[in-house]
Design a protein around this ligand. Sequence first.
Ligand code: HEM
Ligand SMILES: *[C@@H]1O[C@H](CO)[C@@H](O)[C@H](O)[C@H]1NC(C)=O
Ligand SMILES: *[C@@H]1O[C@H](CO)[C@@H](O)[C@H](O)[C@H]1NC(C)=O
Ligand SMILES: *[C@@H]1O[C@H](CO)[C@@H](O)[C@H](O)[C@H]1NC(C)=O
Ligand SMILES: *[C@@H]1O[C@H](CO)[C@@H](O)[C@H](O)[C@H]1NC(C)=O
Length: 413
Amino acid sequence: MDIASKTLTLPLLKKMSSTTFLFFLLINIAMAAAAATTLHTGFYSEACPKAELIVRDVMKKAMIREPRNGASVMRLQFHDCFVNGCDASLLLDDTPTMLGEKLSLPNINSLRSYEVVDEAKEALEKACPGAVSCADIIIMAARDAVVLSGGPNWEVKLGREDSLTAKQEDADNIMPSPRANATFLVDLFSKFNLSVKDLVALSGSHSIGQGRCFSIVFRLYNQSGSGRPDPAIEPKFRAKLKKLCPIGGDGNVTGDLDATTDVFDNKYFKDLVNGRGFLNSDQTLFTYSKTRKYVRLFSVAQGEFFQAFVDGMIRMGDLQSGRPGEIRRNCRVVNKPASGQSDWDFRTREVVIRAIGKTEEENGPNVIVDDGLLVVKLISICVLLGWILRRVQRLWSFLGNFILKALETTYRN
Ligand code: HEM
Ligand SMILES: *[C@@H]1O[C@H](CO)[C@@H](O)[C@H](O)[C@H]1NC(C)=O
Ligand SMILES: *[C@@H]1O[C@H](CO)[C@@H](O)[C@H](O)[C@H]1NC(C)=O
Ligand SMILES: *[C@@H]1O[C@H](CO)[C@@H](O)[C@H](O)[C@H]1NC(C)=O
Ligand SMILES: *[C@@H]1O[C@H](CO)[C@@H](O)[C@H](O)[C@H]1NC(C)=O
C-alpha cells in the first residue's frame, strides 16, 4: 500500500519541484506587477533626474543635423504604441529566432532615425545605468520633436518597461495603410479607445515630415482600381505630385507631408481643406463628414489643434500590453545573462527585481537583501504554498490508499 501511494504521488510532486514552483510564482507576481504599472509624470525624478534634459539635448542635436529626424522619431511613438502597447518592441532588431517589427510592411524602408534613440539611450546609460526604458525614451523624444518644431509642450507620463520580444506580423496586422479611408481609420482608432477627434488631431502629426512616392502612386494613377487619380486631389497639386512621382519612377523619392514640413503648425489642416493632402489617409479626413468638422476646426483654430493633439498623444502613450518587461541596456536587443551566469539565474533575478519594482542601480547591488520586507513577504507566500502542497499530497495519498483498498476488496471478492 505504501508503494502504491508513492507511485501515485511522487512523480507528480517531483515534476512540480520547489524550484519550478517558485519560478511560476515569481512569473505570476511579475506579471501582476507589470499589469499594475501606473505611468506618472516625474517618474525618474529620483532614479535619473536629468533623464528628460538628456533626451531633449540629444533631440536638439539630431534635429540640427537633420530637421527631419524630429518627424521620424515622433512617428516611432505611433508605430510603437499601436503594436502591443508602448513597449519599444519596434526597436528590437531581428534575431535568428525572432522576426521583429522593423521589416514589417508598414515599417520597412520607411521608419528611420533609430540611431537617434540609440544616442539618447547611450547618454542615459552613462548618466544612470539601467534606469530609463527605451519605451520612455520614445515618448520623451516624440514630445521633444513637437516642441522643437514649434508645437505645444506637455508633461509626459513615464514608467514604461521594454518588451522581451517582438513579432513582425503584429505590425503587419495592425498598422494602417496610406490607402486607408476615414471609416476604416475611425474604426481602427476606436479599438484603442481613441476618438474621432483624437484621430484627426493625431493625424496632424503629418504637419512635419515626409512620405515616399511608394505611398501615393496608387492615388495619383489608379485610385481604388479605377484607373483614374483620386478626385479629391486639387489639380495643381496633383500635377506637382505627378512630377515628383512619375509612373514607374523611384518609389523611395520623398515629398513633404504638408507645405511647412519642418514646422509643427495647423498648415496640414489648411492643406486638407484645399485638397492638398499628401496621403490618401490624410485627404480622406476631409472627404468624410464625421472627420471633416474637426479638420475645419483645426484649420482655423491652431490652439484647438494643439490641445487636442496633446490629449491624443497622452492617451496613445497610455496604451500598455500588461506583459512582463525589463529595462533594456541596448534598445535593439533584450538583456542577456552576464558571462558565467546561467540563463535561468539571469531571468529569475530579473523577474525578482521587476517584482520588487526596483533596479539594482536604484538600491545598490544588494537590492534583494535591502528590500527585507518584500523578501519576507515572498518567503511567507512560498512557505504557505509549500504547506498547501503538503496538504494536497496528504489528500492525494489518502485517495490513493482508498482506491487501493477498494481494489483489494473487489479483487478478493
Ligand atoms: C491615421 C493613420 C496614419 C496613417 C495611415 C499614417 C501613414 C503614414 C505614412 C504612409 C507615412 C509616410 C511613410 C512613407 O511613405 O515611408 C507617414 C509618415 C509620418 N507619420 Fe503617419 N500615419 C498615420 C498616423 C500617424 C500618427 C498618429 C502619427 C504620430 C502621432 C504619425 C506620424 C508620422 C510622421 C511624423 C511621419 C513623417 C515621418 C518622416 O518624415 O520620417 N502618423 N505616416
Ligand atoms: C473603406 O475601406 C474599407 C476597408 O478597406 C472598405 O471595406 C470600405 O468599403 C471603404 N469605405 C468606403 C466608403 O470607401
Ligand atoms: C478601452 O476601454 C475599455 C473600457 O474602459 C477597456 O475595457 C479596454 O481594455 C480599453 N482598450 C484599450 C485598448 O485600451
Ligand atoms: C488599376 O488597378 C486595378 C485593380 O487593382 C487593376 O486591375 C488595373 O490593371 C490597374 N490599372 C492600371 C492602369 O494600372
Ligand atoms: C527603396 O530602397 C530599398 C533599399 O535601398 C529597396 O530595397 C526598396 O526596394 C526600395 N523601395 C522602393 C519602393 O523602390
